[in-house]
Design a protein around this ligand. Structure first.
Ligand code: KIV
Length: 308
């Protein structure tokens, strides 16, 4: 298979937390798509009245069958979680990208205790969405026992319904199979796996025949190991389409084109809170600017004795 790039889309690897600032893609002209329209049905903006029930992992699989796109975003605190949940987001991920939200350069430094602290706050804000928490770097790769301990803490201490972990190499497949056998729902993550940044950088993955075959095989092995869904990060649209067609569990894309069963973005990118965004992110509002304006106004009013 030959990896196909979407025309006009920045291909170089720049970064959550690393490298130079790139202008938001939404400011660039959108080139015509070389692909037929997405096979998914347009999804209502907010959940329908009969969809107030909490989202389950089985429901995500049903939505794939019904060709209903899954809406996912990340959250790191109570207020953000509450707003996303009330807006009808289907899946809320406490991603280890929060490491960058907390001011670290990469996703590597964040600890399990930091993830748990924030996940508990998110839990208090989520009523409907399925809540998934990332296992941070080196809290699951060492052994099955370590993965079981970390994933168990997430489910027991935060009330999240599932964990996500990166990679599909053989040792990880065995670990995931054991977690699933123990009753822990697992979400996979292949393609660009930011915890391996020092090995693979932040470049788009799956551009060569070998690489795309490896990623496709990892996705198949992850499904066989029992994951309920897989994040496909920064891979070619072609490869994401093949994986999505091949699997019966939903694929959630980030920088992986329109053919995935759902999409996820990092909320601080979407809201314009991040100092820089990866090339595939879309900034829907600029909260940095909004907050700056509000704070300047407050400062002037305090200094000029206009407030209170
Ligand atoms: O940590 C994160 O936010 C993620 C998303 C990029 C899917 O894993």
């Amino acid at each position: 298979m030959k990896g196909t790039e979407l025309p006009g889309v920045e291909q170089s690897g720049v970064t959550r937390g690393q490298g130079k600032f790139l202008p938001c893609l939404s400011y660039l002209p959108i080139p015509p798509s070389p692909y037929p329209p997405s096979p998914h049905l347009p999804t209502p903006h907010s959940p329908l009245p009969f969809e107030k029930m909490p989202v389950t992992t089985q429901q995500l699989i049903q939505w794939k069958q019904q060709k209903r796109s899954i809406v996912a975003l990340t959250a790191w605190d109570y207020a953000i979680a509450q707003i996303l949940d009330a807006a009808g987001v289907d899946l809320i991920l406490v991603g280890d990208s929060m490491s960058v939200v907390l001011g670290y350069e990469t996703t590597l430094p964040i600890t399990l205790d930091e993830m748990l602290y924030h996940a508990k706050a998110v839990r208090r804000g989520v009523k409907r969405a399925l809540m998934v928490v990332d296992l941070p770097f080196l809290t699951y790769q060492e052994s099955i026992k370590q993965a079981m301990h970390s994933a168990g803490r997430v489910l027991k201490e935060t009330g999240a319904q599932a964990v996500k972990l990166e990679g599909g190499y053989p040792a990880m497949i065995e670990t995931i199979a054991r977690l699933v056998q123990a009753g822990i729902p697992v979400m996979g993550h292949v393609g660009l796996t930011p915890q391996s940044v020092h090995q693979i950088g932040l470049r788009k993955q799956g551009k060569t025949q070998d690489d795309s075959e490896r990623i496709l095989n990892e996705a198949i092995a992850l499904e066989q190991a029992g994951v309920f869904s897989i994040v496909l990060e920064h891979i070619t649209a072609d490869l994401a389409m093949q994986i999505t067609q091949k699997l019966s569990i939903p694929t959630i894309g980030i920088g992986a084109g329109v053919y995935c069963d759902g999409q996820v973005l990092v909320t601080s990118d979407v809201l314009g809170l991040s100092e820089k965004q990866p090339p595939f992110a879309k900034v829907y509002t600029n909260l940095r600017e909004t907050i700056n304006k509000a704070v300047q106004e407050y400062a002037v009013e305090v200094r000029e004795k206009k407030f209170p």
